[in-house]
Design a protein around this ligand. Structure first.
Ligand SMILES: [Zn+2]
Length: 349
């Protein structure tokens, strides 16, 4: 079985360019829903708005497994319309203000109108403020504002555009797929993981390969705020494989080419038996893999466990450089994650 590279790349690039900040994920969820329908997967939505797809399977008497990946991303929300007509933001998810300063963004009004803008420090121009003054603003979203691409210089004028407190703000992802196979974009965390999950299902369905036991794909919509998979995982699930990005950097074993198998993050060690099986599957399929410890990290697996899920939980995923900033991975890492996911779903237990 080989993954369909074109299908995976096209889906991933489209998904990356579909805003889905945590709390406002409808566009992302519905793109996954349509793509699942296209490849022949039935889906349903949970009460909380996550998406579940059921894979064709052999035996109903075995316990179910679920593969989870989250489509919600970092973003912002209008906290205040300032007296100068610009917007103060509150953060959605955890990131440093410096990682979004200078970024183009879009505000979605209650009426669904999109108004573009730019995220800037509230003292930004070096022709007006000294470098010291600008540097002192430090790394706080309190010193950040959105300059709208509209003629507004007051609260009243911005309000008249239809903008209000609570409107969602999403970043320009600046998505690029390079000739060298790299994918550069915001929100590869975790849209690259979603692409691996959907890519694995597409590959199995195209080859007429069915899962050994009841198997679901779960697309979570609240991971970045910590409670995505806390509810909604199909109740017959005994094992949960989470696909989420592996952070790359100093001291990390992960890279942008192999599939990472996380052994431990802030929520403690992942299930040992699953880890060993995942390693065996990667070896058998000759996939480059890295065992890694993530030091400032939690996943939907952690959310499920903390919520009291009585299941074994494992975590794999593509390596992502500069996570929660302007991220990058290589297609190979997404494909290796796809292949390990498919190997897991078709494993005889
Ligand atoms: Zn993530």
């Amino acid at each position: 079985m080989q993954p369909n590279r074109t299908f995976i790349v096209d889906f991933l690039l489209k998904l990356l360019q579909t805003p889905s900040p945590t709390g406002n994920t409808e566009a992302g969820i519905s793109l996954i829903e349509q793509t699942c329908a296209q490849i022949g997967l039935e889906t349903y939505r949970t009460v909380k708005g996550a998406l579940v797809a059921k894979l064709p399977h052999e035996s109903a008497d075995k316990a179910a497994i679920t593969v989870a990946s989250h489509v919600d991303t970092l973003g912002g929300m209008v906290k205040e319309i300032k007296g100068n007509g610009r917007l103060a933001l509150t953060q959605l998810g955890g990131y440093l203000a410096a990682s979004v300063v200078g970024e183009y963004c879009q505000v979605e009004t209650a009426a669904g109108k999109i108004i573009t803008g730019t995220v800037l420090l509230n003292k930004q121009s070096v022709h007006i403020h000294s470098g010291d003054e600008i540097n002192k603003l430090g790394d706080s979203m309190e010193n950040v504002e959105v300059r709208l691409d509209a003629r507004t210089f007051s609260y009243r004028e911005t309000n008249a555009l239809g903008i209000a407190v609570g409107d969602f703000v999403s970043w320009d992802t600046r998505t690029q797929y390079t000739e060298t196979g790299y994918i550069k974009s915001r929100h590869l965390d975790n849209k690259a993981g979603v692409a691996a999950a959907v890519g694995a299902a597409e590959m199995m369905l195209r080859h007429g390969v069915v899962a050994k036991q009841p198997s679901y794909l779960f697309f979570s919509n609240y991971e970045e705020v910590g409670h995505g998979a806390a509810a909604g995982i199909p109740s017959d699930t005994e094992e949960l494989l989470v696909i989420d990005m592996a952070p790359i950097g100093a001291g990390q074993a992960s890279d942008e080419f192999g599939v990472s198998i996380c052994v431990k993050d802030n929520s403690g060690p992942y299930d040992l038996a699953m880890r060993r099986r995942l390693v065996a599957l990667a070896k058998a399929a000759r996939l480059p893999y890295n065992l890694d410890v993530y030091v400032r990290y939690g996943s939907d697996g952690s959310a499920a466990l903390y919520a009291g899920a009585n299941m074994r939980v494992g975590l794999i995923g593509p390596g992502v450089d500069a996570s929660h900033a302007y991220e990058r991975t290589h297609l190979e890492s997404v494909l290796n994650s796809t292949l390990l996911t498919a190997a897991y779903l078709t494993e005889s237990r």
